[in-house]
Write a protein that binds this ligand. Structure first.
Ligand SMILES: Cc1ncc(C[n+]2csc(CCOP(=O)(O)OP(=O)(O)O)c2C)c(N)n1
Ligand SMILES: [Mg+2]
Length: 339
């Protein structure tokens, strides 16, 4: 394991007052978006499937605060938080969820296919474990072009059991690619508890199989996520190869909106939501240290709500694509020449 988590430098304290508030803003924006998306889905305004990131916001916020615009991320089926934190536009995300024309995939991809290359967001992914090899490809780009960009690969506890995990970590390790593999261990893969479905109790222990460093942090503590990833991302930029970081968290909502959740008790969820909520925890921390005033917190929630409502109005007013647009954009122009 090398350095213990407590021995990482406290980079958080070096952040400006604005920087400290930005972490909270990001988490509040994600929570507000997700809470509204849940309502809209239940009201049948949003079709398809949605997987919410509620309760896991500290991971996206803490990691992304250490990235540059031209660094890359790969995401999962639970990708709204990653996209927002990396700088994707909320309006176009909401339009995509609605299946509307000005959405990120012109309304044809939905929640699990949001990508915005202009901010380094290489895509959510409906295929569990689909992001691993894409992140390695991005890491290879940085290596071949000799830039100091990094690629961050978000994936779940369930995804850590996929074959692509092995392929990607091995290749990234032998070529010392700048990829940070971020395991979001929310303790469940759909209906399967990680305690049953994953052979190790710490997913970071799997790093040993690839000769790389692995760490585990409290993924509901944004300060810890920020501090540890700050050091690890610096290490990636200096060409020392990939790292596996497990962020332990909890999926507060069902696997998807509408999940009957027969595999866990109401009490377990309630305890986690009340006692381990990353936003409540960070808000108390900021107040305790006088890094923020109560009225500034109220303002952040108010602004986020307004931003979300503006995105909803945008999506509601946007037209649906025409039926004949369904088969557009399926092939690149090169492939069109071939057929
Ligand atoms: C290759 C593949 N297998 C199965 C599924 C169905 N599926 C969707 S999400 C999911 C669980 C993923 O769990 P985890 O990786 O822990 O992510 P979480 O949902 O907890 O964020 C499964 C099995 C899929 N989408 N892709
Ligand atoms: Mg999981």
């Amino acid at each position: 394991m090398g350095v213990r988590i407590k021995e990482f430098p406290n980079a958080f304290l070096e952040l400006t007052s604005q920087g400290k508030k930005e972490l909270l803003r990001t988490m509040i924006r994600i929570r507000s978006f997700e809470t509204r998306v849940e309502e809209l889905f239940l009201a049948k305004r949003i079709p398809g499937f949605v997987h919410l990131y509620i309760g896991e916001e500290a991971i996206a916020a803490g990691i992304m605060a250490n990235l540059r615009k031209n660094d890359w991320i790969t995401s999962t089926h639970r990708g709204h938080g990653h996209a927002l934190a990396k700088g994707a536009q909320m309006t176009r995300m909401m339009a995509e969820l609605y299946g509307k024309r000005s959405g990120y995939c012109k309304g044809k991809g939905g929640s699990m296919h949001i990508a915005d290359f202009s901010v380094g967001m290489l895509g959510a992914n409906g295929v569990v474990g689909g992001g691993f090899t894409i992140a390695v490809g991005a890491g290879m780009t940085a290596w071949m072009k000799k830039t100091d960009q990094v690629a961050i690969c978000f994936f779940g506890d369930g995804a850590s059991n996929r074959g692509t995990f092995h392929e990607a970590l091995n290749m990234a390790a032998i070529w010392k690619l700048p990829v940070l593999f971020i395991n979001e261990n929310n303790l469940y893969a759909s209906t399967t508890p990680a305690s049953y479905g994953v052979a190790v109790s710490r997913i970071s222990d799997r790093a040993a199989g690839y000769g790389i460093d692995g760490y585990t942090v409290d993924g509901n503590n944004v300060v810890e996520v920020y501090n540890v990833s700050h050091t690890l991302i610096d290490r990636l930029r200096s060409g020392k190869g990939p790292i596996l970081l497990e962020c332990r968290t909890y999926r507060v909502k069902g696997h998807y909106v509408g999940d009957p959740e027969k595999y866990r008790t109401r009490e377990e969820v309630k305890n986690q939501a009340e006692e381990n909520d990353p936003i409540k925890r960070y808000t108390s921390y900021l107040l305790e240290h006088s890094f923020i005033q109560p009225e500034e917190i109220d303002l952040l929630w108010k602004e986020a709500k307004e931003e979300v409502e503006a995105a909803v109005r945008y999506a509601e007013e946007d037209p649906y694509p025409e039926p004949d647009e369904a088969i557009q954009d399926l092939f690149s122009s090169d492939q069109e020449v071939l057929v």
